[in-house]
Write a new protein. Structure first.
Length: 674
C-alpha cells in the first residue's frame, strides 16, 4: 500500500486545525452569556466595578494628586449584567432613532427664545404639528446642547457621527437618573456639564458624585486630535477615593421601582397665575393637592410600567391596540378601574388592578362614556372661564435653580383645553401656539432658528437680549418692528452652507472613548436648510404674516404651520368629589360651562392679533342645540316636578280605568252564570 505524501498531508492537517480552531472561537464569541438575574423581588445590592467605555475596570485613585482617569461608562458598567442593547431602545431613549414608533402625540421639545419671540415645537417622532430638528438645521449635538438638561440620552445622542461628538463624547442612556434610590444624583450639575461644558461622557461621573472633572470639551477645536502633542488635553476625571472599597468596588443604591421624585425632574407641571391671596401659583404650590394616586401611596411606575425593553406604558385608552400588546390594556384608567383587559385565562372578569375602586357613576347616562375620556372629568386643574398658563419641566427647565421665576415665563403653554382625540372623545389638552420667523416656499413655511434670525442684524428691531436667568415673558412686537425684521431677513444673504462634516477616526486611540461612533449616519445636518431662500414671514397666534407688495404693511395668510399644537394631559388626577359633574349636570350643561365656553387665548406676539376662541369653536361644534339644552337646566326643578305630577295623574287614571275594567269583566261573568 502506498504511503501518503507527507508534504501534502501536513499542510492539509494544519489548515484543518486552524479552521476548527477559528470555528471554535467564533462559536465561543457568538455564544453570549445571558445577563445575570437574581429572580427576586429584593433589589440586588450593587457593589460593582466601574468600567470605562472599553470595558476596563477603573481602579481607586492612589492619592489625592491622582493624574486622572477615564470617565465610567454606563454602557459597559451596567451592561455587564443588564441587557443594555434592549434597554437602549426604550420609549425615553428611542425618539431620535429613525425607525422609532411615534405613538400618541405627546409633549414636544420647545425651542424658545424671548428676544426673537420664538417658540417652535420640535420632535424627532414627526408628530403632526411639530418640526423635525433637522428641518431647521439643528443637528444632534446642537439638540443636546439646547435640551440636554432633561435629556436621558441614548439613541442618536449615543451613536451620532456629528463632528462635535468626537470632543464631547456620547450621551449614553443615563440609567442612574431614574434608578437611584437614595437621591444621590446631582441633576443640576449634570445639566451644567452637558449644556455649558459639553462634557457629555463625563457628566454621569460628576452627577453620581464619583469624582470631579477637570477641563471642558467645549474648548476643544473642531480639528482636535488627541494624538497631537500640541493639542489641548481632553477633560479628565479625578475620582473620589472614599467611593471605592479595598477591592475597587463602588456601591450604588438602586431600585427597580423608580421613586416618584426621580420622575418629577422631567415630568413636573406647575399651574401659573395669580391666586386668591395675590401669590403666584409658583409660590403657593404648598396649598395644591397632589394626584389622588400619589396620596394613596402609589408610585408613578405602578401604572407606567415597563419590561426589560423599557417601552414604558403611557396608559392611554387604545394604547394596547396601537402597540399590538393586549397585556397593557389593564394599565389605562378604564382598564384599572373597570377591569378591562384583566380577564383570567378562563375568561373570568377579575376586576380592576391594585384594589382600584370601581366607579358607579350613578345617574350618569352611558352616552358620556362614548363622548368623554376619563381624564375629561378627572384630570388637570379645575377648569375656569379661560385657560391658564402652565409650566413644564421640559419646556421651562424646572428642576434647575433660579432666584426668581415669573408665572408667564416663555414659552406660553395653556391648559385645560377640551379637544377631541383620535378616538373622537373629548379630552383635556395642553396647547402651544407656535411663534417664529420663517421662509415661505410655495405653501410650505420653514422656521428659522433664533441665532440665524439675529445674524441678519435684527437685534435692534427686536430689542435687547434679556438675561436668561430672569426667565422673562415674551412681550408683543409692534407692527413696525415686525416689518423691519422681515425687510432685514429679505435683504440678508446667508453664507454658503458648508459641506456636512462627520467625525474622522483618530490615528491613535484617544484618552476618551467617544472618538468614533459605530453604525451612525454620516451626518444629521442638512446640506442646505430650507430657510436659505423664500419670502420671509412671521408666524404667531395661529396666524401668519408677510409683507405686502409695497413692503410697508403686513398681509395675513393661512398656513398649517401656524396651527396650535395640542397634546393630552392626564395628571394630576382629581378624586370623585372634585370631578366635573360632582356638583350635578350643570358643571357641564349650563350657560358658560367651561367644557364648551371656556376661552383659549392665541397668545399672539403682535398686539393687534391677539384673539380668544371658545372651546366648542376649537372643536368645530355647533352650539345651537347645546345652548338650548343648557338653557333648560334652570327650569329643570320645575320640569322634574311637572314630570312627577304627570306621572301621578297618569297612575291615578290607569288605576281608575283598571278598576272599571275589572268591574266590567266581573259583571260579564255574573251574567253568564245566571
Amino acid at each position: 500500500m502506498k504511503r501518503p505524501n507527507r508534504r501534502l498531508v501536513l499542510p492539509w492537517f494544519a489548515l484543518s486545525f486552524a479552521f476548527l480552531l477559528g470555528t471554535g472561537r467564533v462559536m465561543a464569541e457568538d455564544r453570549k452569556v445571558p445577563p445575570e438575574k437574581t429572580y427576586s423581588n429584593t433589589p440586588y445590592f450593587h457593589r460593582i466595578y466601574l468600567r470605562d467605555a472599553e470595558g476596563n475596570v477603573i481602579k481607586a485613585p492612589p492619592a489625592k494628586d491622582d493624574p486622572g482617569a477615564k470617565p465610567f461608562s454606563l454602557t459597559t458598567t451596567c451592561g455587564k449584567c443588564h441587557d443594555y442593547p434592549a434597554m437602549s431602545h426604550g420609549w425615553h431613549f428611542n425618539a431620535s432613532e429613525g425607525n422609532a414608533p411615534a405613538g400618541r402625540p405627546g409633549e414636544p421639545w420647545i425651542l424658545s427664545d424671548v428676544q426673537t419671540r420664538t417658540q417652535i415645537p420640535l420632535s424627532y417622532r414627526k408628530w403632526p404639528g411639530t418640526v423635525h430638528p433637522y428641518d431647521i438645521g439643528m443637528n444632534d449635538h446642537a439638540f443636546v446642547k439646547t435640551f440636554g438638561s432633561h435629556l436621558p440620552g441614548g439613541g442618536a445622542f449615543a451613536n451620532s457621527n456629528d463632528l462635535r461628538f468626537k470632543m464631547s463624547g456620547k450621551l449614553e442612556v443615563a440609567c442612574l437618573i431614574c434608578h437611584t434610590s437614595n437621591g444621590v444624583y446631582d441633576q443640576p450639575e449634570r445639566a451644567k456639564q452637558v449644556m455649558e461644558s459639553e462634557n457629555f461622557m463625563w457628566a454621569p461621573t460628576v452627577a453620581a458624585l464619583l469624582g470631579r472633572v477637570q477641563g471642558e470639551a467645549i474648548k476643544l477645536k473642531d480639528n482636535w486630535d488627541p494624538a497631537d502633542p500640541d493639542a489641548r488635553p481632553a477633560p479628565k476625571v479625578l475620582y473620589r477615593a472614599d467611593r471605592f472599597d479595598p477591592q475597587d468596588n463602588v456601591v450604588f443604591q438602586v431600585t427597580r421601582r423608580v421613586p416618584n421624585d426621580r420622575c418629577y425632574y422631567c415630568h413636573t407641571n406647575v399651574d401659573a397665575g395669580k391666586g386668591d391671596a395675590g401669590q403666584t401659583s409658583l409660590e403657593s404650590r404648598w396649598n395644591h393637592d397632589r394626584d389622588i394616586h400619589l396620596i394613596k401611596g402609589m408610585l408613578c411606575s405602578d401604572c407606567h410600567r415597563n419590561g426589560v425593553d423599557h417601552m414604558t406604558v403611557r396608559g392611554y385608552e387604545g394604547e394596547d391596540k396601537l402597540r399590538k400588546d393586549p397585556t397593557i390594556a389593564s394599565l389605562s384608567c378604564k382598564g384599572c378601574h373597570m377591569g378591562a383587559g384583566t380577564e383570567s385565562a378562563m375568561g373570568i372578569d377579575l376586576g380592576g388592578r391594585n384594589a382600584a375602586p370601581r366607579p358607579q357613576h350613578k345617574g350618569l347616562p352611558t352616552l358620556h362614556f362614548d363622548k368623554l375620556t376619563c381624564t375629561a372629568c378627572h384630570s388637570g386643574p379645575w377648569p375656569g372661564q379661560a385657560t391658564t398658563m402652565v409650566q413644564t419641566s421640559m419646556a421651562h427647565r424646572l428642576g434647575l435653580p433660579r432666584h426668581h421665576r415669573e408665572d408667564d415665563s416663555a414659552p406660553n403653554i395653556q391648559e385645560t383645553v377640551f379637544l377631541r382625540n383620535d378616538m373622537g372623545k373629548i379630552a383635556p389638552h395642553k396647547v402651544l401656539y407656535p411663534s417664529f420667523w420663517g421662509r415661505l416656499n410655495g405653501t410650505t413655511v420653514t422656521p428659522i432658528q433664533p441665532a440665524d434670525v439675529l445674524a441678519a442684524g435684527t437685534g435692534a428691531s427686536l430689542g435687547q437680549k434679556p438675561n436668561p436667568q430672569d426667565d422673562p415673558p415674551m412681550t408683543p412686537l409692534k407692527k413696525e418692528a415686525i416689518i423691519e425684521v422681515l425687510n432685514k431677513l429679505a435683504a440678508f444673504k446667508p453664507p454658503a452652507p458648508k459641506a456636512p462634516v462627520a467625525a474622522k477616526p483618530t490615528t491613535k486611540p484617544a484618552t476618551t472613548s467617544a472618538t468614533t461612533a459605530a453604525a451612525a449616519p454620516a451626518t444629521t445636518q442638512p446640506a442646505t436648510p430650507a430657510w436659505y431662500s423664500g419670502e420671509p414671514v412671521f408666524v404667531t397666534g395661529g396666524k401668519a404674516f408677510k409683507r405686502k407688495a409695497d413692503g410697508k404693511d403686513l398681509e395675513e395668510f393661512d398656513t398649517p404651520a401656524s396651527d396650535p399644537y395640542a397634546w393630552p394631559l392626564a395628571h394630576d388626577v382629581r378624586g370623585a368629589q372634585q370631578a366635573l359633574g360632582a356638583r350635578g349636570c350643570t358643571d357641564c350643561h349650563s350657560s358658560g360651562a367651561p367644557i364648551f365656553d371656556s376661552t383659549v387665548s392665541s397668545t399672539a406676539l403682535l398686539a393687534s392679533a391677539v384673539t380668544t376662541t371658545p372651546m366648542y369653536e376649537m372643536r368645530g361644534e355647533p352650539m345651537g342645540a347645546l345652548t338650548a339644552f343648557a338653557a333648560s337646566y334652570p327650569l329643570r326643578p320645575v320640569l322634574i316636578a311637572t314630570g312627577y305630577t304627570c306621572s301621578v295623574i297618569l297612575s291615578l287614571v290607569l288605576i281608575a280605568y283598571g278598576g272599571r275594567a275589572v268591574s266590567s269583566v266581573a259583571r260579564r261573568n255574573v251574567r253568564k252564570d245566571v
